[in-house]
Design a protein around this ligand. Structure first.
Ligand SMILES: Cc1cc2nc3c(=O)[nH]c(=O)nc-3n(C[C@H](O)[C@H](O)[C@H](O)COP(=O)(O)OP(=O)(O)OC[C@H]3O[C@@H](n4cnc5c(N)ncnc54)[C@H](O)[C@@H]3O)c2cc1C
Length: 399
């Protein structure tokens, strides 16, 4: 073998994976198709505290986010959070990605930039990969090939490992001059600006990232860019956007719903390539990190074994089962509370959410990254939500 592991993709998940594998004694080659790290990126830059604790990159934080203003379709605003509890961090993604890669290199990983796989085949003993590099094609052999190559993963397609269950589209611009509140992000709902999902304005240091996401089949012929323009011109909110000057724009897919074969023989998928984004927020960094933390020790332990007898696929699937179930439950609740509601129903929900006792409950147990406990408590304790309970329970059980 030339290497124990080849990791395709030097995004945040690929870099953390490479570091963990090196720290555990593996030899690792990272190949990245771009000439530089962290560009282009498609991300609002939110990293939750749990994920930040894993990598400790607080020096990449642009703004600490402690609260949110959530807007109903007709203008009801629910403000939540308190400055003494940071809920999530808004980071500089370029710095974040670069720092993670630096850590992997310090741990001993080798990096080939401007390089990508052009063919790969596995047999009982390893994986042979032909890699296109700036100096010509190179053949490399490794024990295990790891695809951390993003939403459109070449590794996933080449080895027919399945598809993420949902592929949302995100569109975002970075602006100066947005009128927001320090430390609070804004979420906007409504069929005209984010059908079935939400739009956002996230403070990121001197700028604000304004975006929207939805599913292609819900856009009704509109482009995500048109939806964002509708938000910025809406009579309800336009005064917040009138002074905005665009300094950047990003558009990208959000794959959610674990693929059928996250590991096939000697090939494993990680992060967006595996379909790990949260169905509720689109966040992919936290789930991607959790997956790496949970599975890297197993890969290290098995990499030099005869995998035909090792039961690795079953063990990998077992570790991923809670992630798969969590994603399904979160999607079911999202569908029941947001995606399948029309604007009138959403307005009704917002009129209940804006009650002080409900805001108190949200502040107490609400978590952007894990809305299930809050959803369940609200269904149980808020009388107006009981009528929704049947739909939500059905969705969670059968969705
Ligand atoms: C608009 C938008 C906003 C988002 N906001 C957030 C957010 O606030 N918080 C959050 O957690 N998530 C967010 N996400 C999702 C987040 O960006 C991804 O989940 C995250 O980047 C996944 O990391 P990754 O390492 O798996 O993949 P990526 O970051 O996509 O990295 C993959 C890497 O692989 C490289 N690559 C791809 N193909 C090849 C190839 N064939 N050969 C070699 N290299 C290759 C790419 O160049 C890239 O460097 C957002 C997504 C969108 C679209």
């Amino acid at each position: 073998m030339d290497y124990d592991f080849v990791v395709v993709g030097a995004g945040p998940v690929g870099s953390l994976l490479a570091k963990r594998l090196c720290d555990g004694g593996g030899t690792v080659l990272i190949i990245e198709e771009h000439a530089q790290i962290g560009r282009p990126f498609q991300c609002a830059g939110l990293v939750n505290p749990e994920a930040m604790d894993i990598v400790e990159l607080h020096d990449t934080v642009l703004t600490s986010i402690w609260g949110a203003r959530i807007h109903g379709p007709s203008g009801e605003v629910v403000s939540i959070g308190s400055p003494d509890t940071v809920r999530t961090w808004s980071v500089c993604r370029k710095l974040f990605d670069e720092s993670l890669l630096q850590d992997a290199l310090k741990s001993g990983a080798e990096l080939w930039l401007s390089s990508k796989p052009i063919s790969a085949k596995q047999d009982d003993y390893g994986v042979s990969i032909a890699i296109s590099t700036p100096t010509g094609n190179v053949d490399v052999r490794c024990s295990i090939l790891c695809g951390a190559d993003g939403a459109h993963s070449w590794v996933r397609r080449n080895f027919r490992m399945g598809r993420p269950k949902e592929m949302m589209i995100g569109f975002q611009i970075e602006v100066t001059g947005y009128v927001g509140e320090e430390g609070r992000l804004d979420m906007y709902t409504g069929s005209e600006i984010a059908p079935g999902f939400f739009a956002w304005a996230i403070p990121s240091g001197d700028t604000t990232r304004i975006g929207t996401w939805s599913k292609a089949d819900m856009l009704d012929g509109n482009s995500p860019e048109q939806l964002l323009n509708t938000l910025m011109r809406s009579p309800l909110w336009k005064r917040r956007f009138t002074g905005c000057k665009e300094v950047g724009r990003f558009c990208g897919p959000v794959p959610s719903g674990l693929v059928k074969h996250p590991l096939r023989g000697r090939v494993a998928l990680f992060g967006d390539a595996a379909g790990l984004c949260k169905p509720t927020t689109g966040g992919g960094i936290g789930p991607g990190f959790n997956h790496v933390q949970a599975t890297a020790p197993l890969l290290l332990q098995k990499s030099r074994d005869d995998l035909t007898q090792s039961g690795l696929e079953a063990e990998f699937a077992k570790i991923l089962e809670p992630i798969r179930k969590d994603q399904m439950r979160a999607k079911a609740l999202r569908d029941a509370f947001l995606t399948q509601m029309d604007d009138e129903e959403l307005d009704d929900v917002f009129s209940v959410w804006s009650k002080p006792e409900v805001i108190e409950l949200i502040n107490e147990i609400g978590e952007i990254e894990n809305p299930i406990p809050l959803g369940i408590r609200m269904l149980r304790e808020v009388p107006e939500f009981r009528s929704l309970a049947r739909r939500a329970v059905k969705a969670v059980l059968w969705g």
